[in-house]
Design a protein around this ligand. Sequence first.
Ligand code: 6R9
Length: 660
Amino acid sequence: MTLDKKHSINNILEENRLFPPSKEFSDKSNIKSFEELQSLKKQSLENPTKFWESFANSEIDWFEPFQTVLDRENAPFFKWFKEGKLNITYNCLDRHIKNGIGNKTALVWEGEPGDNKKYTYQELLKEVCKASNALKSLGIKKGDLVCIYMPMIPEAMVAMLACARIGAPHSVVFGGFSSESLKDRLIDGNARFVITADGGFRKDKVIELKKAVDAAIESGANKIVEKVIVVQRTKKDISMVNNRDFWWHELLKDQKDWCEPEIMNSEDRLFVLYTSGSTGKPKGVVHTTAGYNLWSHLTFKWIFDIKDDDVYWCTADVGWITGHSYIVYGPLSNGATTLMFEGVPRASNLGAFWEIIQKYKVTIFYTAPTAIRSFMKSGREIPDQYDLRSLRLLGTVGEPINPEAWMWYREVIGDNKCPIVDTWWQTETGGVMISPLPGAVATKPGSATFSLPGIEVEVVDKNGEKVVENEGGYLVVKKPWPGMMRTIHENSQRYLESYWEYISFKGEKNVYFAGDGARIDNDGYIWIMGRVDDVISVSGHRLGTMEIESALVSHKSVAEAAVVGRKDDLKGEAIVAFVSLEKDINSFPEIVEELKKHVVNEIGIIAKPEKIIISDSLPKTRSGKIMRRILRSLAEGEKISGDISTLEDSSVLEKLKEIS
Ligand code: 6R9
């Protein structure tokens, strides 16, 4: 891992435009000024224990209070709010009913074909209780990991909350992953129960989820999975296995609409969520109850400056951390109205998002830079046809946003009046870490601005020394925070190595390395420069190059594969694979399509390589390591620079130059 040219400071343009929030916006905000924000930050740094203790007490309802704010004994396996007892669904549902907002809309849902539903807090609680009882009736109990593989329908949210209510940690697998990826996650998590649907609608097609579950079970998860619950969504024919598969609606039909929330310890597991790292195997990131509840709650409240009458919409999928924290737990814990949409903009309806904003008078809209870039491409004529005046705040997440897309978002969608919150965070951090607070911070297009109160970040070099202003380096977090991951499922060694031991700090221990490069400018603004490890971001989805390489070499014709990212105007990065074939296989054109299909089958559509370059051999060092730096330059169409003297056979390079 190096901070190579791709991430070097020279590539980042100087951006000096400054957009302070309007006085009107600030006056109505929870945190009204930069000074107020600074004072909160100061408190958090001077006395972190007091800071976290007071928010944990004021924002979370406890069944039993905690005694210890932070237990560092086994650091970096930190424990937060140790003795406390709570249930996150009590904080997301019951307490709002007690506080008199049971009739407020909790969830607004719109299906891709245009069907829709609304749930009040009262209705959502009833549905969650029924589902909780249904899960119990199948023998699911506290501590059992339940896999959720669902389209974006209300039952996905209900299923997550039902698991949390009975203390069964969930492991949501994004519905776009293939049966192979699902199988790996079922096996790694030892998930005996799966909640899925007959299918879902996406881009006018039916995604056959139950079929993928069947295939995952048949191809290896049969020893693990005992029961499958199936929501009826598409009503297409599927096969149901006796005593293994159960219809959701039949199971729920006669269940009582009250289920006592399980009393959970602060550090009981709430969920496992898989994400890509720089090795071939996805990591099961573990989050626990209290710390995650507090951090998703607090960040949502601060960043989206939530008000009683807001209609908030995050366009992520619940299969990703953004969906967990900012469609489900953060908004519900705050008693907000959260909108969920099954579809995505598609050729037959390019204005789908704007139609929803207009229809439901959405006030806060949170989406990904890749989506914004695709809207830009199809032109402002499309959003201009809709009434977007309800919007008051915009957000982005998932990848760096280029200033051009930021400006377009501000002008065309935000009518030059909505502040934009560019939020940096990760599956591992549980909630946002770096973001402007909309009423307090003047934004610069493309900068995530400053770390939140309680979060201390720094940009350092490989030895852990702080770099000077404007110099690129590694982004680290210097103090633990409640929403942090606790470990990697069944792999605590990998937890230590990936996040805590990568950079050798002098004297200081327990500094979290995020895997991103960043720089801090003269005004203290943070600019995220992208991943510095072998993780690429395609349309904001994290993919390990090794994962794609393993998928490629699992094909019988492939001898060797190396995958790199290439800059892409729309997707951020696109996947380019260099492949050498087994000796007896001739390079025929069909193989390229076959290999692309193979990767889709092995991982999912998000991992489909844009380009596959077949070559007799790959450039290697004398010690046999593939020189990815060279492949990256080839993929970008750049001149090969830097030292190539370690290359074992320079003729490989000449040949590759001809065909790339
Ligand atoms: C929330 C989420 C995490 C990685 C992260 C970074 C990139 C996320 C960003 C951003 C620049 C932002 N990332 N937000 N880069 N600016 N505002 O996306 O989690 O899927 O785990 O990805 O995404 O590289 O390390 P996750």
